[in-house]
Design a protein around this ligand. Structure first.
Ligand SMILES: [Zn+2]
Length: 187
């Protein structure tokens, strides 16, 4: 998958198609990726982490090729506008966050961020973001300590009898944590 290191109209269209609508978080995420790549240097094997599972996660997936499915993206469901791109081997990386201190308080972006304006203003916020670009972002150099899980042995759950990756318990996570569905019958 090609990496897209700069924000342009083409990538914004791709993000819109992938996400379903061009919302402010996608544009912010796109500039976060651009800034992280700018500062990362020549690292050729790049992994990503995002601190929100919303819009910015989609920008990272489309632009970096680090996805949930290929395991190169780690998602923290913290609701924080921040991403990190890092060298897979050395773990040196760049964390970028949306910096409210760099936003004019009277800007629509500031009001949008603090949820003082509704979705109806997205187009106007987007226009502002395309002017702000990376100026409302702050970056820092970080050392990442994400530990990837090793492939586990497959066991059969003692409760539901489904095969699942063994993690020390005889019951699968669905049985332990409670399922998201109610099953009526098998076909
Ligand atoms: Zn089970």
């Amino acid at each position: 998958m090609p990496r897209i290191k700069k924000v342009n109209e083409d990538i914004l269209k791709k993000l819109e198609a992938f996400h379903g609508a061009l919302v402010p978080g996608l544009i912010i995420g796109a500039y976060m990726v651009e800034l992280a790549y700018d500062m990362l240097g020549d690292a050729d094997l790049v992994d990503a982490a995002v601190e929100s599972k919303k819009c910015i996660a989609d920008s990272v997936q489309i632009m970096t090729g680090c996805t949930l499915g290929n395991g190169w993206l780690t998602v923290y469901d913290w609701g924080i506008f921040a991403i990190t791109l890092f060298d897979k081997r050395g773990k040196d990386g760049v964390r970028v966050h949306l910096d409210t201190k760099k936003m004019p308080k009277e800007s629509l972006t500031y009001k949008w961020f603090f949820r003082k304006v509704g979705k109806g203003s997205h187009d106007e916020v987007n226009k502002e973001l395309l002017v702000f670009k990376k100026s409302i972002l702050t970056y820092e150099f970080v050392k990442v300590n994400i530990k990837k899980e090793k492939s586990a042995k497959i066991m059969t759950c003692v409760k539901c009898a489904y095969p699942f990756p063994y993690d020390g318990s005889a019951e699968c996570k669905s049985c332990r944590q409670g399922s998201y569905y109610i099953n009526n019958n098998f076909h």
